[in-house]
Design a protein around this ligand. Structure first.
Ligand code: SF4
Length: 739
């Protein structure tokens, strides 16, 4: 097949695989292969990445802005934004404008570079993102433990001897908060070198099937299980905290876990007491071990406690910040000298439910309350950036009912989806092939230090703004200034350089920012200049002349088109720790207090059936259901339930079932399977594409049902505000077969 070859990072999940694209003369991506020369992914490719060309050329993508459904030019669209946004702010104040930033934004250059400027320009406290439907408990737990909510250790997969994994299914998700292309191959390698992989999950997932051992655990009880593991380590004197880990709170922690004996938690978790003890002993005995928890441990009512206890185990077994244990990657674009204030939450609270902010955000679980409840500060306008909260937020059906009540919805999104169909103004970003890529968010979670920059594969058409420019324009319009996107970039660059020259330990300490600025002015785009600056100031950077062999953007782009391996993870706790005490706070008071709730749950009545989610290899939330090649096979929206429950309720394979929760009901097709433990039912998320007014024809033809019509926005993890999607009480009603 003819055409030129181009290389880029896959933007479709956290694995960051390198891709080799073939591009024809018209700029269409005609084939996708794994880039064998990428040092991190080494040619690995999953079915999603293989369809990037189809996604790129999807005829349902919007190729220009819409104002009230009518195609308009970009200037007209931005004028509508300016006028209507100014009107809402004048009438109701800045807190009346909310912003929701969706998960795809984390996979873009534009989101991390311009998202915070947009939020700052809006000047609202009503900031919501997909983080509170996903990983906020991990941020809160690491924020308290280490002082920095972004200091999240990843399992050192390629060197560990023992991996204990909870609520994670990387064979379907390809990994999360741990960027590791071919995660499955890396797990097999642990076993091949004589190590052990243990998976804890209410489902026997594909990942669990690959492991040495799978433990079924009742949804929402991971924190109980983890407390019992910690209890066992203390009770059997198996802790081994090295002197190199400065700690506070060890004695407080020991006292806290006394009541969580394996016998006490076994009936609640479903994991036998002797298995809990053995699991703790095996973890302690392994020379190099890592405990890793992911979305199942976060999206539950004890999400922060579970996330905390994962790293407590890493600390107590001496595996934190140690090769083969849980380590902190050193991202090439993140300066290690930056000063960080110790982490805290609750600097303000949501208006209606009084929920605390975390990382400047309020829980998406209360977005509907803030739209619906009248009063000072009621949300009257919403800006969405790459998000579809109608399908991804708890009780998204309530949000769907409320969005038409808003005065203004502005959406930056390539599709008219279930959320953006309510938008008054839609500003579509360009195709992936027209967009540069440097994974600012996820390169902080790689299992080896690594960097890769992908310039646009095909140029933007004349007059088409890049996603970075769309967000920058939005920010300047929201601020109500006459500033241009270029002014904004200049402000950020000069501010960053100003801080860098003032910071002790910076490679440019004491130098003149204006002189440094000239180094960046080489004709590159503002986005590239900002990336270049970050790389130069980073731990592997050229330091504006301090290390002539260090990284610059030009060097990364031109000398390392397949990415650069910056070596295995290195111990660096001293760079990471920024608690007020300068020590790991092993037993934060807020977490200790929340264990009362955990203890009370030991005696709480258990629902007959609870709902959990399900990740699918050919899905990524709601993004990819409009790609024909990804539908079918295992990528179907069916209800999994244990055969014993199915028999008890008279439900057979293929039967229609009504699933009812406190918030509503959906009808789904049943698929009994012993991969789900008794008392648990599972529906995948991101489905429910049968709403009018969308323009996703492939997805609409196979809509599935929206699981978030029956998740509950009142069920949250109170410490982080994260939605508790797992463990939602439900009932099942068999329905008559269609005629
Ligand atoms: S695993 Fe993720 S990054 Fe790799 S090809 Fe698949 S979707 Fe892309």
């Amino acid at each position: 097949m003819g055409g030129r070859v181009a290389y880029r990072t896959c933007p479709l999940c956290e694995a960051l695989c390198g891709l080799e694209l073939t591009v024809d003369g018209a700029g269409a991506v005609t084939s996708v292969r794994g880039d064998r020369d990428d040092p991190l992914s080494a040619g690995f490719l999953c079915p999603k990445g293989a369809t990037l060309g189809r996604l790129d050329s999807d005829p349902d993508r919007l190729d220009g802005p819409l104002v009230r459904g009518v195609p308009v030019g970009w200037d007209e669209a931005f004028e509508a934004v300016r006028d209507e946004l100014a009107g809402v702010i004048a009438r109701y104040g800045r807190d009346a404008v909310a912003i929701y930033v969706g998960n795809p934004t984390a996979h873009s250059v534009a989101g991390p570079l311009y998202g915070s400027a947009l939020i700052k320009a809006l000047g609202t406290r009503n900031v919501y993102t997909a983080s509170t439907a996903d990983q906020m408990p991990k941020h809160v737990s690491c924020g308290h433990l280490f002082g920095d909510p972004l200091a999240i250790p990843v399992p050192d997969l390629d060197r560990t001897d023992h991996l204990l994994m909870l609520g994670a299914n990387p064979l379907e998700s390809n990994g999360s908060l741990c960027s590791a292309p071919d995660f499955g191959g890396r797990l097999k390698a642990i076993r091949a070198r004589g190590g052990r992989v243990v998976v804890v999950d209410p489902r026997r997932t594909r990942t669990a099937a690959l492991a040495d051992e799978h433990l079924f655990v009742r949804p929402g009880t991971d924190a109980h299980l983890l407390m019992a593991l910690v209890h066992t380590l203390f009770a059997e004197e198996l802790t081994a905290v090295p002197d190199r880990l400065p700690l506070n709170g060890l004695d407080e922690l020991r006292a806290l876990v006394v009541g969580f004996t394996p016998e006490r938690v076994a009936p609640v978790t479903g994991v036998p007491a002797e298995v809990i003890r053995r699991t703790a002993r095996e973890l302690a005995a392994a020379e190099r071990a890592a405990v890793y928890g992911r979305i199942g441990t976060c999206t539950q009512e004890f999400g922060t406690l579970a996330s905390w206890l994962v790293d407590v185990l890493n600390v107590l077994t001496g595996n934190l910040d140690s090769p083969g244990g849980a380590m902190f990657p050193r991202a090439a674009h993140m300066p290690v000298y930056r000063r960080r204030r110790p982490f805290t939450t609750g600097r303000w609270r949501s208006r209606v439910r009084g929920l605390p902010e975390a990382m400047g955000e309020l829980p998406v679980a209360t977005l509907a309350d803030e739209i619906e409840t009248p009063g000072e500060g009621q949300i009257r306008a919403l800006v969405t950036v790459g998000g579809n909260p109608v399908l991804s937020a708890p009780d998204g059906a309530r949000l769907d009912r409320l969005l038409p009540s808003l005065d203004l919805v502005i959406s930056v999104d390539p599709y008219l989806n279930e959320t953006t169909r309510h938008a008054h103004v839609v500003l579509p970003p360009p195709r992936p092939a027209q967009t540069p890529h440097y994974d600012l968010a996820l390169l902080a979670f790689t299992v080896r230090d690594y960097a890769r920059y992908s310039p646009p594969v095909v140029p933007l058409p004349d007059g088409r703004p890049a996603e970075t420019e769309i967000l920058a324009r939005l920010a300047t319009l929201a601020a109500g200034t006459d500033a241009t996107p270029a002014d904004l970039d200049e402000l950020v660059i000069m501010s960053t350089l100003g801080k860098a020259v003032a910071a002790l330990g910076s490679p440019v300490h004491g130098r003149n920012p204006a002189e440094l600025r000239k180094v960046l002015a080489d004709g590159a785009s503002p986005t590239e200049q900002r990336l270049d600056m970050m790389l130069r100031l980073g731990p592997y950077g050229e330091g504006f002349g301090a290390d002539p062999n260090g990284l610059t953007l030009a060097r990364l782009r031109d000398e390392h088109p397949h990415g650069v391996d910056l070596g295995p993870l290195k111990p660096r706790l001293d760079e990471v720790l920024c608690t007020a005490s300068g020590r790991i706070e092993l037993c934060p008071p807020a977490f200790a207090a929340d264990t009362d709730r955990l203890a009370a749950a030991l005696d709480a009545p258990r629902p007959d059936l609870v709902l959990i989610g399900r990740r699918q290899l050919r899905s990524n939330n709601s993004w990819l259901h409009n790609v024909p090649e990804l539908l079918g096979g295992s990528n179907t929206c069916t209800l999994h339930l244990n055969p014993a429950d199915a028999q008890r309720l008279g439900i057979t394979e293929g039967a229609r079932v009504r699933v009812t929760s406190r918030t509503g009901d959906v009808e789904a097709v049943a698929s009994p399977t012993d991969t789900v433990m008794p008392g648990v039912v599972s529906l995948p998320h991101g489905w429910g594409h049968d709403l009018p007014g969308t323009r996703t024809r492939v997805a609409t033809a196979r809509p599935g049902v929206n699981v978030n019509a029956i998740t509950d926005d009142q069920l949250i993890d109170p410490l982080s505000g994260n939605a508790a999607f797992n463990g939602v009480p439900v009932t099942l009603t068999p329905l008559p077969s269609p005629l």
